[in-house]
Design a binder for this molecule. Structure first.
Ligand code: ADP
Ligand code: MG
Length: 246
């Protein structure tokens, strides 16, 4: 069985940090606690997401409260939704549909080590986006070209990319990250290893907005990578999910 079908009590979760928010027991709780739009909740239900997994139960409140997070949870436990749901909720509405003047460049960024992974994250993002005109860009040569249009560029909500491609776009001035409010490193053990570290740090440095929320998610995080992650975040919370032996 995939890991997420295990009931939550089977997952041993430890959370370290100051003022760690309580976990949720159901997705429904998010409406009362954080006023998460019922639109997202019905998208979850429609896609067969009934109960939060351990990393979702603990991670979603932490991110909803604006905290920085290092999350370690085994493969298949739903880490993608654990960051996408809070990020999209905190963004509120697609920039393109907003009456407010939020049309000022990409607002959230997810970095992954491979195109294949970025593609999977994009698919997960589209489930939450159903029924609204979110502009979510799976970064590639073609989508990078579309960003030459200032109108497109200014109403991007979320970019999902590998590091090298994004660094190239930053350097050529196609994209600016100064309005990014949320940045996630997925598969952080690889993102913070030597192959990607310089590029990742360049991207993080480009996210210059004050108070940008940072999160790293991984199935494992070796101590070297963990130290880099914790050092790049202010007052981070660290959550570790271990699957108990059955
Ligand atoms: P991870 O990143 O931890 O390896 P994923 O985010 O890729 O895990 O999710 C694994 C699978 O579980 C995906 O197919 C996803 O759609 C599904 N999934 C995630 N959360 C839930 C949930 N709460 N209920 C049912 N399925 C879920
Ligand atoms: Mg994953």
């Amino acid at each position: 069985l995939p890991a997420w079908t295990a009931p939550i009590p089977r997952q041993r979760v430890t959370a370290k940090g100051s003022n760690v928010p309580d976990p949720i027991e159901s997705f429904r709780e998010l409406r009362d606690r954080y006023h998460i739009s019922s639109h997202f909740l019905s998208n979850l239900a429609q896609n067969g997401y009934k109960e939060p997994t351990g990393i979702q139960a603990h991670g979603i409140p932490i991110l909803m409260e604006g905290r920085n997070l290092a999350a370690i949870s085994p493969t298949g436990t739903g880490k993608t939704l654990a960051y996408l749901l809070p990020i999209m909720s905190l963004l509120g509405a697609p920039a393109s549909s907003s009456k407010l003047d939020t049309r000022s460049g990409v607002r959230a960024l997810v970095l992954a080590p491979t195109r294949e992974l970025a593609h999977q994250i994009h698919n997960e993002c589209l489930k939450l986006a159903q029924g609204r005109k979110w502009r979510i860009i799976l970064f590639s040569k073609a989508t990078a070209n579309a960003l030459n249009d200032q109108n497109v560029r200014d109403s991007v909500d979320i970019i999902i990319s590998t590091p090298l491609r994004l660094v190239a776009a930053m350097q050529s001035g196609v994209i600016g990250l100064e309005n990014v409010r949320h940045v996630v490193l997925d598969e952080a053990d690889r993102m913070l290893d030597t192959e990607f570290l310089d590029q990742v740090q360049e991207v993080i440095a480009g996210c210059s907005r004050e108070g940008v929320q940072k999160a790293v998610f991984s199935a494992t995080l070796p101590s070297g990578a963990e130290k880099i992650a914790m050092d790049m975040m202010k007052h981070p919370i660290r959550v570790v999910v271990g699957l108990k032996d059955t």
